[in-house]
Design a protein. Sequence first.
Length: 153
Amino acid sequence: MWRELRGAYLGALIGLVGQFLLGMATNLFVQVPLDHPGANPSEYFSGVAQSVIWAIFHGPSVWLVLHAVWGLLLVAFGFRLLIMALGSHHRPTIITAVIGALAMLGAGFNGGSYLNYHQDFSSMIMASFFAIAVTAYAIGLWSLPQAQPARSQ
């Protein structure tokens, strides 16, 4: 079980680094139109859903499409890691997995908020949640119990 958790924590960190690079490319090279499905919604959550669906299927650049798809996959992976962590009954593993999954979810919602309202602070909050997720998964990886060598008889 610890080996699988170690791999999952490392996978989350690598996935987050990839997402960071896709986010930087999106930030630098993509002009998100001010008017698209989901832009300036009267209701936040339906607006986020419409904006993210628009970004995936009709985004103006492959960078935005990849960033949105990879973000959704990361959130799903974060909650999968959380389920694995709950099975470990190891408090630091559970705490870091909860923080990591919620931080990735928060980053995703603020990415959707940026698509909705085009406010730079949404991008800053997204980046802050990214940093929280990276920190949580790094601490979680560090705090996993060391594998015990097999005893020969």
